[in-house]
Structure formats: C-alpha cells, structure tokens
Design a protein around this ligand. Structure first.
Ligand SMILES: *[C@@H]1O[C@H](CO)[C@@H](O)[C@H](O)[C@H]1NC(C)=O
Ligand SMILES: *[C@@H]1O[C@H](CO)[C@@H](O)[C@H](O)[C@H]1NC(C)=O
Ligand SMILES: *[C@@H]1O[C@H](CO)[C@@H](O)[C@H](O)[C@H]1NC(C)=O
Ligand SMILES: *[C@@H]1O[C@H](CO)[C@@H](O)[C@H](O)[C@H]1NC(C)=O
Ligand SMILES: *[C@@H]1O[C@H](CO)[C@@H](O)[C@H](O)[C@H]1NC(C)=O
Ligand SMILES: *[C@@H]1O[C@H](CO)[C@@H](O)[C@H](O)[C@H]1NC(C)=O
Ligand SMILES: *[C@@H]1O[C@H](CO)[C@@H](O)[C@H](O)[C@H]1NC(C)=O
Ligand SMILES: *[C@@H]1O[C@H](CO)[C@@H](O)[C@H](O)[C@H]1NC(C)=O
Ligand SMILES: *[C@@H]1O[C@H](CO)[C@@H](O)[C@H](O)[C@H]1NC(C)=O
Ligand SMILES: *[C@@H]1O[C@H](CO)[C@@H](O)[C@H](O)[C@H]1NC(C)=O
Ligand SMILES: *[C@@H]1O[C@H](CO)[C@@H](O)[C@H](O)[C@H]1NC(C)=O
Ligand SMILES: *[C@@H]1O[C@H](CO)[C@@H](O)[C@H](O)[C@H]1NC(C)=O
Ligand SMILES: [Zn+2]
Length: 504
C-alpha cells in the first residue's frame, strides 16, 4: 500500500550521488561539515527509505518486520546492500546471533461458562486448547506448594503479584495444569511477558491475563461452591531465530576516536514498525550514505540492531562480543529510536541527569548539550527524556561508553505544556500507532523526521571531525548510576522504556 503523504512542491533530491562526487573530485573528498551533511538529509530520502521498509513488510501476509520474519530479513539484506554500494567507504558486516522469540501468538478463544470473555495473551505462552474447570491457586502462586493437586488437568487461576509471570506459568505446568489464567491485582486489564523459555521451574502452559474484576469474581464464586469451566484456545509459534546486526565502520578516520551510532531494524509482531524504528534506521542510513561523500578525521560505526523489541538483544550481543581494546576505541554512542512520531516532541536523552536524576558516563552530558544547541539553533523547543538504559544505548552505558540521542515520543499522552512547546494535540498519544498495525509510512511526521535526521547529520559531522571539548574516555568501567539490582526482574528481558513488557 502506497503512502498517501503528499510531498507537494518539494524539489527532487539535489545532492550529488557519491559516484558523481568521485567523478567531480577524483579520489579527493572534501572534509565533512555539519552544514553540508545536514543539507544532504532530505524529506524525500527519508520518506523513500521508510517506504522501502513498509514495502518489505506489506509484501507478506503478516505485514510485520519482527525478527525471524521475511521482511526483517529483507531489511537486513537491504541495509547491507545499501552500505556496500558506497564504493568501499565502509567495512560492512553481518553479525549473526540466535534468540528464542515468539513469532506469532493469538488467543483463538477464551470462554468462561461458554461465553466469550476478555483476556490478553502473555508473550512466550505455550500453545494449548483446554476446556476444563478453574482451580484457584493459593497465595500468589509463586511457590510450588501453592498449587493444589486438583490443578492437574484443569486450569490454574492465579493472582498477579510477588513474582514474575513466567514463574507462575512454569509452576502451573509442573503441577500438570492444562492452562493458566493470571488475574490482575489492581484495577483494569493487563498483559506482559513470561520471559524467554526455558526456565528451571518447568514448562510454560497456555497462559492468559484477565482483569482483577473478572478474576476475583471467579475466586469468590468458586469459594461459594460454583464449578466454573473455561476454554483457553491459544496458538503461539516460538522459535529459535537466527538473526543479524548490520555493522558498518568507515575505513577512514581515526579508529581510536570512533563515534558509534545505532537504531533497531526490527518491529513488533503487530505492525511494520515504520516509526519504531524504521525512522531511526533510515535516519542513520541516510547519514551513513551522505557521509561517504566526505573525508573524516574520526572513524564512525553505524550499528543496525536486531531484536531490540525482544530485549535489546542485538546491541547487547554487539557490546558483549566487543573485545575490551575495541570498546575502548569508541568515544561515544548515539541512539535513535523513534524520530518521526506523528504527535511529536523533541526529546533528548537526559545524559546530565538534570531532569531525571540518572546520568550517564562522562561525555553523556556533552552529547545532551550538543543536541540542545542543535534544536536551539534550529529555532525549536526541546525537552528531556529519561536516560534509564531501556533502549539500545543501555548496553553501551553498561560498559562505560557515554551515550546520547533523540526521541519524538511513543504511547505517552501529550501534555498541555508539550502541545504549547511543540504543537500537536494535547491529550493524545505522541505516537497513536505505537506498536500497532498502523505504524506505517502514513504514521510519520516528516517535519520531525527531517529535523531529527539533520540532528544525526550534525552530530556525525561534528564528532567525525573533532572531539574537542569532549572528556577523554575513561576505560575504567564505573558502575552506572542506575543500579543493576533495580532492573533485576526486567533486565533478563528488558526493552526500550516504552515497550517494557510487564514481568510481574
Ligand atoms: C531469515 O534469515 C535467517 C538467517 O539467514 C534464516 O534462518 C530464516 O529462515 C529466514 N527467515 C525467513 C522467514 O525467510
Ligand atoms: C466469541 O468470540 C469469537 C472469536 O473468538 C467470535 O467468532 C464469536 O462470534 C464470539 N461470540 C459471541 C457470542 O460474541
Ligand atoms: C480447540 O478445541 C475445540 C474443541 O475441540 C475445537 O473446536 C477447536 O477447533 C480447537 N482449536 C484449534 C485451534 O484447533
Ligand atoms: C514454599 O513453601 C514452603 C512450604 O510453605 C516453604 O517451606 C518454602 O520456603 C517456600 N518457598 C519459597 C521459595 O518461598
Ligand atoms: C524478582 O522476582 C523474584 C521471583 O521470581 C522475586 O523473588 C524477587 O523479589 C524479585 N526481585 C525484584 C527486585 O523485584
Ligand atoms: C497491553 O497493555 C498496554 C497497557 O499496559 C496496552 O496499551 C496494550 O494495548 C496492551 N496490549 C494488548 C495486546 O492487549
Ligand atoms: C466440575 O465440572 C466438571 C465438568 O463438568 C467435572 O468434571 C468436575 O468434577 C466438576 N468439579 C466439581 C468440583 O464439581
Ligand atoms: C539456537 O540455535 C543455535 C544454532 O543451532 C544453537 O547454537 C543455540 O543453542 C540454539 N538456542 C536454543 C535456545 O535452542
Ligand atoms: C584487540 O585485541 C585482539 C586480541 O589481542 C587483537 O586481535 C585485535 O587486533 C585488537 N584490536 C585492536 C583494535 O587493537
Ligand atoms: C538522586 O539520586 C541520588 C542517588 O541515587 C539520590 O541520593 C538523590 O536523593 C536523588 N535526588 C533526587 C532529587 O531525587
Ligand atoms: C516554544 O515553546 C513556547 C511555550 O513553551 C511557545 O510559546 C513557542 O511558540 C515554542 N516555540 C516553537 C518554535 O514552537
Ligand atoms: C575513571 O572511572 C573510575 C571508576 O569510576 C574512577 O575511579 C576514576 O577516578 C576515573 N578516572 C578518571 C581519570 O576520571
Ligand atoms: Zn524502538
């Protein structure tokens, strides 16, 4: 499906192709400047890249770019080809890794006493098709002793709370349950993840989430002697997926003073992921392509990460497999995850901790200041976004690499103050299509996309030329100001701040 976005009278791309630059200059390339590199980033180029990603997704019935899908593979292969087409400016490689992922999952039927009822599927739920009585599990179902013998062959009804969802499903499995229902311990419906299997306590069973109202209603009825039969018919496809990061490092420039940048190539299952994170992917790709026309002083590495939505998998794999001597070569890392939100804000990671009291390694504050100055000189307002490590910059922070980046917003509701500062609609999500089927090309705001695309260009041109004013890299890894302990139950499967799936 083609985009309905009309570009009106915008001129066709005016910048010279790399091939033309070579014809003009022979092997000579001018030293990159912020102005020149920014000028190379156009709405047309960004939109064309985003359309390519949408086309990949929509070429297949599932219309998604989740890892393991055809369209994610197409994305990876396209990035590699685009980067290799730049006449050897970059060393391009694919970095393979494996991960267990839920590729598809749906509730075919959830009925209680023969009537449809509302439930959400837990990520990594097993498949199952059971019609059986509900059996109430004691306490919060965090201990094998909470599961009565009568759970066997029946459906375990468990309260949320005290431990992670995966433990409850595994203990239900060990107790012989045919399926499990976890009901909320607060008002409303919920959903979440069981966490990547396997786990030592047992095999997961088909597991769904229901509201507190529904769950406590069943518990009371059963206590009053009722016999409630439910149907849980769930199909999931959980696979050990082979996937790839795409890495491109300039051959030129000082490799010991490298700038690294990243965006993630995968979407969630629900949609094609064109803002999240097709926008960041295309943003850094366009800058990588433009940069190849120029000479640089410091090397630049572009990282296109797979599996962010499954828990920062690709970026974590990259950082964990980078030898210490090569980690030390990276002066800083910039992350771009959602930069074209339809009801956007211009947010910058709070590297100095001034807004959220969590700061990054020395240099993070300088990145934040640089980006603040960029928006100021563009005549735009900006705000801070929490620097909590829950996107692909997290693994870089963990090894002491200063980080930064921009973000235009996800499912958060725009405040009145944000509407005053950035326009758009207060009381509406910053990205109403966040993690949804409608996160396609029509979901993008091209003004935001261009502004943030040019921010990437400004940063790359600046740091590829000089690190003046930037603190020396301290390769003695300091513990981050976000203590790991605080992230314990989340870090086994953590995602970006916005997509953090609940584990308990
Ligand atoms: C995607 O690529 C991986 C790795 O090459 C391969 O194992 C997998 O079969 C591909 N998936 C699809 C759906 O083509
Ligand atoms: C119950 O849900 C199924 C889909 O799961 C639907 O096909 C059916 O029409 C629903 N029945 C009623 C009575 O709403
Ligand atoms: C689940 O079982 C019911 C009853 O046997 C059957 O009608 C339904 O088709 C089954 N669902 C699937 C996905 O096979
Ligand atoms: C589980 O319950 C048993 C019996 O009440 C108790 O001895 C044991 O310590 C509990 N285990 C955990 C992990 O809470
Ligand atoms: C993490 O979950 C375990 C149960 O799986 C629980 O015992 C522990 O208290 C939780 N830790 C935190 C920090 O929430
Ligand atoms: C999961 O819960 C979030 C809110 O916590 C909601 O926005 C989202 O739509 C839910 N997803 C599903 C599949 O129910
Ligand atoms: C509840 O109903 C099921 C099926 O109708 C039956 O097998 C089971 O014995 C009943 N349980 C109780 C406690 O009455
Ligand atoms: C996934 O497959 C790879 C390659 O065959 C293997 O090395 C890895 O152990 C597998 N992982 C799991 C969890 O099965
Ligand atoms: C890092 O060390 C490894 C092993 O000693 C070596 O092979 C590699 O070339 C080194 N890399 C750099 C950039 O010095
Ligand atoms: C900021 O964080 C530090 C360390 O975690 C804590 O001691 C301090 O109270 C926090 N300050 C504010 C204003 O929250
Ligand atoms: C910046 O925000 C203020 C309100 O906070 C608003 O008056 C002004 O118009 C905004 N500037 C731009 C360029 O949007
Ligand atoms: C480097 O970081 C370590 C660990 O936080 C710290 O002890 C050391 O003082 C730092 N060195 C410099 C030169 O800042
Ligand atoms: Zn994302």
């Amino acid at each position: 499906m083609r985009s309905t976005i009309v570009l009106g009278t915008l001129a066709a791309a005016a910048s010279a192709s790399p091939a033309l630059a070579r014809r003009q200059y022979g092997t000579y390339k001018p030293l990159v400047t912020s102005e020149a590199l920014q000028a190379d980033i156009t709405k047309e180029g960004l939109l064309e890249g985003a359309q390519t990603l949408e086309d990949f997704a929509y070429a297949y019935p599932r219309r998604t770019r989740i890892i393991g899908s055809e369209a994610h593979n197409d994305t990876v292969n396209w990035l590699k080809e685009e980067l290799e087409a730049l006449d050897g400016y970059y060393d391009v490689s694919l970095q393979n890794f494996f991960t267990v992922a839920m590729i598809t999952g749906q509730i075919n039927a959830f009925k209680v006493s023969g009537s449809n009822a509302s439930a959400s599927l837990f990520e990594y739920s097993a498949s199952g098709n059971a019609t059986a009585p509900l059996v109430v599990v004691a306490n919060r179902g965090c201990n094998a002793t909470d599961y009565p013998a009568t759970v066997s062959g029946n459906i375990a009804l468990i309260s949320r709370g005290s431990c992670d969802f995966g433990l409850k499903s595994a203990l239900a499995g060990t107790a012989g349950a045919a399926a499990a229902i976890i009901y909320n311990n607060a008002a409303g419906e919920f959903n979440g993840t069981l966490g990547v299997p396997p786990r030592p306590e047992g095999n997961y069973v088909a597991t769904v989430a229901i509201s507190q109202q529904l769950g406590t209603g069943f518990v009371q009825a059963i206590a009053g002697g009722a016999n409630i039969t439910a149907t849980i018919d769930v199909t999931t496809d959980i696979q050990n997926v082979s996937t790839y990061n795409v890495l491109a490092t300039t051959k030129g420039g000082d490799q010991n003073n490298k700038l690294a940048l990243g965006a993630h190539t995968d979407s969630v299952l629900a949609g094609p992921g064109i803002n999240d994170d097709g926008s960041g992917t295309v943003g850094i790709l366009e800058v990588a392509k433009a940069l190849s026309k120029y000479e640089i002083k410091n090397a630049v590495t572009f990282g296109f990460w797979a599996g962010e939505e499954e828990g920062l998998l690709g970026s974590t794999y990259y950082v964990e497999h980078l030898p210490a001597n090569e980690t030390a070569q990276i002066r800083g890392y910039l992350n771009f995850d959602m930069i074209a939100s339809p009801n956007y804000i211009h947010a910058i990671y709070d590297g100095d901790g001034s807004a959220f009291n969590v700061s990054g390694p020395p240099g993070s504050a300088q990145f934040e200041k640089f980006l603040e100055d960029y928006f100021t000189s563009a005549g735009e307002n900006f705000t801070a976004t929490a620097f909590d490590g829950r996107s692909d910059y997290g693994p870089f922070l963990d090894v002491g690499i200063p980080s930064g980046g921009t973000f235009t917003g996800a499912e958060e509701i725009k405040t009145e103050a944000e509407a005053a500062a950035f326009g758009g609609e207060a009381g509406v999500a910053l990205d109403k299509c966040y993690h949804a089927a409608c996160d396609n090309v029509a979901n993008l705001d091209l003004d935001a996309f261009e502004l943030h695309g040019k921010a990437i260009a400004a940063a790359v041109a600046t740091y590829a030329t000089s690190w003046e004013g930037f603190p020396a890299r301290n390769t003695t890894v300091a513990r981050r100001s976000v203590p790991r302990a605080r992230r314990t139950n989340e870090s086994r499967h953590h995602r970006s701040r916005r997509s953090q799936p609940l584990k308990k």
